[in-house]
Design a protein around this ligand. Structure first.
Ligand SMILES: [Zn+2]
Length: 264
């Protein structure tokens, strides 16, 4: 039996794999089998389409999905997971280290490493966050300002992504109706036929070339709604050396999920 690891967070993979996974909610009983001994980060997911058992790592939730074809038995699923126990542990161990929004942690924001500096002062009325060249300064009355930091970064991502998308759309002589930022699990960006573009706010942690590529990609969809040769030619006009950003996203995109707290 083959193990397959699919990054769940690229547009292409999503388009191909579709949405046929259903995570089983029966967690406490684990069907009378000690699945949780294999790994507490194992999730059982039943698939309508899968023909064989597979293990899929979801780097964002830091879970390994055991994909079980609809007709397979739980016992077979358990044996499969048990046989691949080492693989599961290795994959989870090799995930990039998580970086919480806490004092002293370093975040790559807009292509530059910035250290979070939290100055706690209970006398302050509000939290004030400023992006400096090498630091993210957080003046706060909160013991845990991580939610504020996240909100600040989402707003900053919205501002920068919108700015760049409008610039590129002007270059291609196309109109954008709306730019939204979301906390998407499955894609870095999307574009509708009527010109509404969405991005993952986590692109704020990507290097400049990758950020540029993702924006160019979605804006290029205003010209072509497919991934044809014509589409890639437009993409190139919008981002001259997009290949580098494209391969960075394919290789490292999942690592953008490691910042902040995990939500599974
Ligand atoms: Zn696309």
């Amino acid at each position: 039996m083959k193990k397959r690891v699919k990054p769940l967070n690229s547009e292409r993979t999503r388009a191909r794999s579709g949405r046929d996974l259903f995570t089983l909610e029966e967690e406490s009983g684990w069907y009378g089998l000690p699945f949780s001994d294999i790994s507490p980060r194992l999730k059982l997911s039943v698939s309508e389409r899968a023909k064989r058992m597979a293990l899929r790592l979801d780097p964002r939730s830091r879970l390994v999905h055991l994909v079980i074809p609809k007709r397979a038995s739980m016992r077979t699923a358990y044996l499969f997971a048990e046989q691949n126990k080492e693989w599961i542990r290795e994959k989870l161990r090799d995930l990039p280290k998580q970086v919480p929004f806490k004092n002293g942690e370093v975040l790559p924001i807009l292509g530059r490493d910035r250290t979070i500096i939290v100055c706690y002062n209970p006398a302050l009325k509000t939290t004030e966050i400023t992006l400096k060249k090498d630091e993210l300064i957080v003046l706060t009355n909160k013991a845990d300002p991580s939610v504020r930091i996240r909100r600040f970064l989402i707003d900053l991502a919205r501002e920068k992504l919108t700015e760049m998308a409008l610039e590129k759309a002007a270059l291609l002589r196309r109109r954008i109706m709306e730019v939204q930022v979301k906390d998407t699990r499955s894609r870095w960006g999307s574009c509708t036929e009527d010109g509404r573009i969405s991005f993952s706010w986590r692109l704020i942690f990507a290097p400049a070339k990758a950020f540029d590529y993702v924006v160019a990609h979605e804006v290029a969809h205003l010209c072509h709604m497919d991934h044809s040769d014509n589409f890639w030619r437009v993409c190139e006009r919008a981002s001259r050396d997009y290949e580098e950003g494209k391969s960075w996203m394919a290789l490292n995109g999942h690592a953008l999920m490691r910042f902040g707290n995990i939500t599974s």
